[in-house]
Ligand binder design. Structure first.
Ligand SMILES: [Zn+2]
Length: 262
């Protein structure tokens, strides 16, 4: 793995036949009580910025001979101010929205889904004729009126499916019922919302207010952290600190995230 390009809103790594580009949709913040710890858990002053939890929102582009796959689409103009910069990030990475062939969503929450629709209500990625969404979450997407233009393009996604050659969907339920991670080239796990704040590396039992099944989210995090370390995979996540791609180390029950750099 090597970092081949870096801009303020993007970072591209090469992995064998494929490249993976982190695209920053923007940064927002959330109230400190969004993190739910066990008895005795407390945040340190350094965990907060002006009393809030920093929350970057990222999407990932996987490119290779087989095509150009966008994993998650950012928040568009549907959530907090400061988000919806995905088109800018794509341009910085040297890509046009028309070049995205396929989309796959880690799950159907607003900060991953809404960027599929542009400011005029049309398709932000008009040539992405297939939009993979976990079977369990198709109803949630269909229930969102703004998503009407996307509905004819939806394709159910199941564990083991490969949206493009070299990328495999991995069940990671808990944050949402059909939450999916994606293993790229057998060595980089793009894990969606497995982690919302870096404190969850040292305290993997800490959950997030919007985890739909917090116990299951905790179990999934423990299982995937274990796999990542055992297999030596790189990791990438929608809400990880800059640049959203790195390695995981384990010391006893405590994990640490080490961002990639040039
Ligand atoms: Zn999210």
């Amino acid at each position: 793995m090597r970092v081949v390009r870096e801009t303020p809103l993007s970072l591209t790594v090469e992995l064998g036949e494929l490249s993976v580009t982190m695209l920053l949709d923007g940064e927002t913040s959330m109230p400190a009580d969004c993190l739910r710890g066990p008895e005795g858990f407390a945040l340190a002053p350094d965990d907060l910025v002006e009393g809030c939890l920093p929350l970057p929102v990222r999407a990932f582009l996987v490119r290779g001979q087989a095509g150009c796959l966008l994993i998650d689409a950012g928040a568009g103009d549907a959530w907090h101010n400061g988000l919806g910069r995905l088109p800018e990030a794509l341009a910085e990475a040297g890509m046009a929205p028309q070049e995205v062939d396929i989309v796959a969503l880690s799950h159907s929450h607003v900060d991953h889904l809404s960027g599929l629709i542009d400011a005029e209500g049309g398709l932000a990625f008009p040539n992405a004729e297939r939009v993979f969404v976990a079977t369990e979450e198709l109803m949630a997407v269909r229930a969102e009126p703004r998503m009407a233009p996307v509905l004819p393009r939806l394709i159910p996604l199941e564990q083991g499916d490969g949206p493009i050659s070299g990328v495999v969907a991995v069940n990671a339920p808990g944050h949402s019922p059909g939450h999916m991670a994606f293993l790229v080239e057998g060595r980089l796990l793009i894990w969606g919302d497995l982690v919302h704040h870096p404190v969850q590396f040292a305290h993997p039992q800490v959950t997030w207010k919007f985890d739909e099944d917090p116990d299951q989210a905790r179990t999934t995090r423990a299982r995937l952290f274990h796999s990542v370390v055992e297999e030596g995979w790189l990791v990438a996540g929608a809400h990880l600190p800059h640049p959203g791609i790195g390695r995981l180390n384990r010391d006893g029950t405590v994990y640490a995230f080490h961002p990639v750099s040039r």
